[in-house]
Design a binder for this molecule. Sequence first.
Ligand SMILES: [Zn+2]
Length: 438
Amino acid sequence: MTTEGIAPESVAPGAAGLSAPAEPPTGCGPLRPANAAGAEAAVPLRQALFESVRAHGTMPRVDLARLLSVSPASVTAAANELLAAGFLEEVAATPREGDTLRGRPPVALAVRPGRAFVAGIKLSTPKHTAVIHDFAGTPLAEITRRSASLILTPAEVLAQAEELLDAALAQAGLARGDILKLGVGLPGFIESGSGIALWSPLISAANLPLAAMLSDHLGLDVVIDNDANLVTLAELWFGDGRGVANFAVVTIEYGVGMGLVIDNRLYRGARGLGTELGHTKVQLDGALCRCGQRGCLEAYVADYALVREASTALSLVPNHVPPMQMLESLYREAKAGNAAARSIFRRAGRYLAVGLGNVVNLFDPELILLSGERMRWDYLYADDVLAELQRSSIQVDRPSPRVEIHAWGDMIWARGAAVLAMSQVTSELLGPGAVVAA
Ligand SMILES: [Zn+2]
């Protein structure tokens, strides 16, 4: 079992004087401000209480009453219900200043990790990843497998998901029956609510009822979502987005993705497509995009766009070389001072800056997290890109949004998929109408 390595690097264009957010407490889940944690009428107190405990790691009852703006008696009743049903356990509280040593040792509530398990899978090119999480959000297994090919048939998707899941279960020492829900992330236009993959560059078929197909094949409850949404959920649950109410995550991998959090919640939109920054237009009648339209940001910034330029503008490597290898050659050449290679990155960086400027002007986020492999950002996150972003953002006498790079490991995507499963399982077990039995 390993934990994710995060190497955040904070550069704030025009945001001098803004301090980094305070160290988040242990635990996982969105850290909503006091009085807002249980404010939604639709969420019963027991669910709000459980989610607050999970978000803070451990929490004494008295603090929960304060956070949720309810009486200590209400907290006691809800906590007793959750303790009896095995969702929470009592642990020794961290002593605080002013605590006396007399009387009962201070007690806090914590999530009982083994009460439920969820799995997360990210299907991608060139590799797939999978994780298993306990109910406290701790990863118990992490698996990586190479993708069978660039584009998978529906049957290959089912087979690869099954192999990943079983390998993760074996590593965690669990069986399929232990998993309450599986979250699956993939690139493309994914209708999460209905479980339909409307279009994915990874799958050879469109309008595929993927969640139902996976569920039948694996004998598990399955939920699917766009991969960028899942990275955003991971940032909201584990990363720098935990205490930030409004932020955007932009991912640059094989394509360009985006997730948007508004008021501590992932924004999904009317059709469940959320935000598709990669397919916003930056050039009329411009370069052809994988989606079939022209002039999309992705067609200038994503891996495949760089590869296309590398193969046509440079005679660095022959055309039959695999895309990732070609991209690595391009990075090496740029680093070594090759002017043509550098100009490819400079152009991509300028397009990226315009795209990010549009995000700032549309949503006014507090923070933009750039998520992806470090290598890319060496070029796309250069000073002149930040300056271009600054120039294309609205200028007012207030600090600009912070921009940070998160070069997470590959597992962040799968962990986001597990988070999606976990948040739904939590609602199903503790939400309105749920019968919380001992
Ligand atoms: Zn497009």
